[in-house]
Ligand binder design. Sequence first.
Ligand code: PMP
Length: 403
Amino acid sequence: MHWENILATRASRLKASEIRELLKLIGQPGVISFAGGIPDDALFPVTEFQQAFAALCEGENASAALQYATSEGHLPLRQWIVGEMAKLGIPCDSGNIIITSGSQQALDYLGKLLLSPGDTALVQWPTYLGALSAFNAYEPVYDRLETGALRPAESYRQAASGGRVKFAYLSSEFCNPTGESIDSKERVRLLNLARDLDIAIIEDAAYQSLRYDGEVIPPILALDIEREGSIEATRTLYCGSFSKTLSPGLRVGWVCGAKSVISRLVLMKQASDLHSGVVNQMAVADVATRAFDKQIEKIRPVYRQRRDSMLQALSREMPAGINWTRPEGGMFIWLTLPDFMDSVGLLADSLKSEKVAFIPGSAFFADRSGANSLRLSFSNSSEENIEQGIARLGRVIRQALAS
Ligand code: PMP
């Protein structure tokens, strides 16, 4: 069977990358990896989840926990999220929330809802790789959304020859991969641009709770509500997740936005998987209600310390000419090497000679540019590994510069 003869055009964009092959080597003994952007499993609220799951499987509770449920998601969980959104300056009710299987599913649904083949999605340059993978299935064209250097609306419109610009996808805080955030003035400019283009904003807030220092800035959805008077008149869709705070394995995330969009997402979810796993939603609702703030207090100082250790190690170990970001939260630091360097080659060398792993930056650019950049994650490494690993990386980079 020659499957390539019958594949849909959208499937042609599903490709295993060269980087993926290299990263298979991470499992080798002795490798220190800053590649995966995942939480430290030692920080999961295990006891709280044990209690929650035990209670859910007891007596009458089990019927609801194991039965089919509504596509919107578990109501007490949506109500808890409503309370959290209010704290962020986003007044809404449970009808403004849909639960998704991680925020990754939200990105897939929003691509499906908004993109026809040839339409333009504005994305940060670099942006979250998983968003590109999700949107790719809907065959968009990408244009650069360079925060800090936004172009006039007409320029984006003209570049979208053939299709229409549909949305701007961005992380307003602690972006994966750069760790950078968008300041409040730029958030307003983004809203103005979206209004001029009459497009949606998809605000990816996966790392919202992981702020280690700096001033809290209202999310773009909060600014949009302030401007429009009600969430129902807004164009921003806020994608939240429990993956970075409670557990990524449970696959629980959400979208918050105008009911006219949420109701369409509910229909989409019905058609796609009926609803996200009920037991997981119930357990998350229980643990979030009892212990969310305590959990955030537990994980923040640990990740903050790891970020600081990595920043200090970089200052110590990196040769001149290497630059990096200083994130106020999240899990990532972004390194920029001199223009002539290629981080894919550097990863191959690095795995061979020093056994240290990272993700080459080109993975995060829609046009695969950015060869001279790379992403480091500090969230899942001990301080000792961070110090050793960055020292190794420093040696690999100095060797590459010397040759
Ligand atoms: N958005 C961003 C920016 C991410 O980094 C991730 C996870 N790597 C996701 C969304 C998806 O997370 P989840 O589906 O686990 O909520």
